[in-house]
Design a protein around this ligand. Structure first.
Ligand code: SAM
Length: 266
């Protein structure tokens, strides 16, 4: 296909067959699986997906690629092409996996749309396997790094792992950054009980200034003073000098419950 890559749409096309194979293997695709591919681009991954999946639904934003993709796959009954923005796409109500080499500038909104929002409407994917910027992958996994809103948000909904790191040379045109394929095995139920949007809001305010203690970050946005916040932390058996990045998921749950039962805080 002769279409110039658009930087504004994050178009770095994958050309390394060994990476394509690793993505396909990681997704553990069976002939009955429905795969949602975000941004098929010039179809390198789509071609491989169609060999192993029961159905491939591909959502592409770039109008220029639509006729080319239609022609290329017109004989595939198991291929469905949607022209539109993946962030506005309502996924199928039957089980599906997301497998994609995504434009990096929509990584967080995509996770938000397909994890938080789809869990709320009862329609999350079974698994996500996608390419992200290497630094973002490390942040999500948070092995060497401390936790962040992004890593906590992913951990609530699934178990992330790095499949492989990917050098710039695997793409055409070459991006400025290295990449990584990550796999998220999505849980049946989130590892949190309560209003998920409120929890994410609480995490955002708690992490707003990473170096600050949790008490200081919470004081302004919550309508209670520092002493009350310290009391709440103590009743949750959380150290009052703690930073947001030190809290475990269980501690977030306790803190959320305690704040929620305080009529003045949320
Ligand atoms: N899958 C192809 C590959 O591996 O070579 C292309 C990957 S390229 C990194 C990202 C693709 O996502 C591009 O085709 C781009 O046009 C498309 N895209 C960008 N923003 C999108 C959006 N919001 N919704 C759907 N597709 C989008």
């Amino acid at each position: 296909m002769v279409v110039a890559a658009k930087k504004s749409l994050g178009q770095n096309f994958l050309k390394d067959a060994s990476i394509l194979k690793k993505i396909i293997d990681a997704a553990e695709i069976s002939p009955t699986d429905t795969i949602l591919e975000i941004g098929p681009g010039k179809a390198a991954l789509t071609t491989e997906l169609l060999k192993v999946a029961g159905e491939v639904i591909a959502v592409e934003l770039d109008q220029r690629l639509i006729p080319l993709l239609r022609v290329e796959f017109c004989h595939h009954r198991n291929f469905k092409l949607v022209h539109g923005d993946a962030l506005k796409f309502t996924p199928p109500s039957t089980p599906y996996k997301i497998v994609a080499n995504i434009p990096y500038y929509i990584t967080s909104p995509l996770l938000n749309h397909f994890l938080l929002e789809q869990f709320q409407s009862g329609n999350p994917p079974e698994m996500i396997v996608f390419m992200v910027q290497k630094e973002v992958a490390d942040k999500i996994i948070a092995k060497r790094e401390k936790d962040s809103v992004l890593s906590m948000e992913v951990k609530i909904f699934g178990e992330p792992e790095i499949v492989t790191y990917v050098p710039k040379e695997a793409f055409e045109p070459r991006p400025k950054v290295d990449s990584a394929v990550i796999k998220i095995r999505v849980y049946d139920k989130p590892k949190f009980t309560g209003d998920l949007k409120k929890l994410i809001w609480l995490m955002h305010i708690s992490f707003s200034q990473k170096r600050k203690k949790l008490v200081n970050n919470l004081e302004g946005p919550l309508k209670i003073n520092k002493d009350e916040i310290r009391k709440i932390l103590t009743s949750c058996e959380i150290n009052t000098d703690v930073r947001a990045e030190d809290l475990t998921l269980e501690e977030w749950q306790k803190l959320f419950n305690e704040l929620h039962s305080n009529p003045h805080s949320f």
